[in-house]
Design a protein around this ligand. Structure first.
Ligand code: PGA
Length: 250
């Protein structure tokens, strides 16, 4: 076991109104009291304010699910990192596969967002993952290494230590088809070795790497017990109170 603290982040995606977010977080607070893990809720932009208020007095941290890479300007509909930081947001998910697929995010925009997040004091949760076709063609390792390297262009060693990398195989997201603990470990290890190659062994030993893709209470703990897996990015199961609380236990 490493001495990295596990980080369990719920990715709510486009779910819950501000009122629902507030009551969910208030009910979650007592349930996670004894967890030694870091607990994060990545909520829709409009839920951030009530979520932060509801989380007061607990260890729950609030994340955004996206941000723009510019500080401000004529970008209708966008939200900057600075705006998020000023509200008390701690983490920001960057490059989720749904954003890459449906909103034309590229490795280039992911990298710009990562750089911008650090600039305003947010910690990025950087998502990478292969498609089923890439896995079946034996391209997983190459694709993941490329995505990690592209996301980290221009990121310093001190900055990358605060990053969380989420390995989310696209074929496992929302499908109920979880990667086996061995499959997830194999790729998370590749990610750690890529960071080692880019920075150093010491840096690679502190970066936390999550697994995401159909994580549930009944498979989470086996996944999180693997050497290079330091928690999870949880979609569907993070919307259910008892399920999410069970995933954060430990
Ligand atoms: P899922 O989503 O847990 O519903 O598969 C994970 C994610 O997309 O972050």
């Amino acid at each position: 076991m490493s001495n990295r603290k596990l980080i369990i982040a719920g990715n709510w995606k486009m779910n819950k109104t501000p009122a629902e977010a507030s009551s969910f977080i208030k009910e979650l607070k007592p349930l996670i009291k004894r967890s030694r893990n870091e607990v994060v809720c990545a909520v829709p932009f409009v839920d951030i304010q009530t979520s932060i208020t509801a989380a007061r007095g607990s260890r729950i941290k609030i994340a955004a699910q996206n941000m723009h890479f510019e500080e401000k300007g004529a970008y209708t509909g966008e939200v900057s990192g600075q705006m998020l930081k000023s509200m008390g947001v701690t983490y920001v998910i960057i490059g989720h596969s749904e954003r890459r697929e449906y909103f034309a995010e590229t490795n280039r925009t992911v990298n710009k967002k990562v750089i911008a997040a650090y600039k305003c004091g947010l910690k990025p949760i950087i998502c990478v993952g292969e498609s089923l076709a890439q896995r079946e063609a034996g391209l997983t390792a190459e694709h993941i290494r490329y995505q990690v390297k592209a996301a980290l262009v221009g990121v310093t060693a001190d900055q990358v230590k605060k990053a969380v990398i989420a390995y989310e195989p696209i074929w496992a997201i929302g499908t109920g088809r979880t990667a086996t603990a061995e499959q997830a470990q194999e790729v998370c290890h590749i990610i750690r070795m890529t960071i080692k190659e880019l920075y150093s062994k010491r840096v690679s030993s502190v970066v936390r790497i999550q697994y995401g893709g159909s994580v549930k209470a009944d498979n989470a703990h086996e996944l999180f017990s693997m050497e290079d897996i330091d928690g999870g990015l949880v979609g569907g199961a993070s919307l259910k109170l008892s399920e999410f609380a069970a995933i954060t236990a430990g």
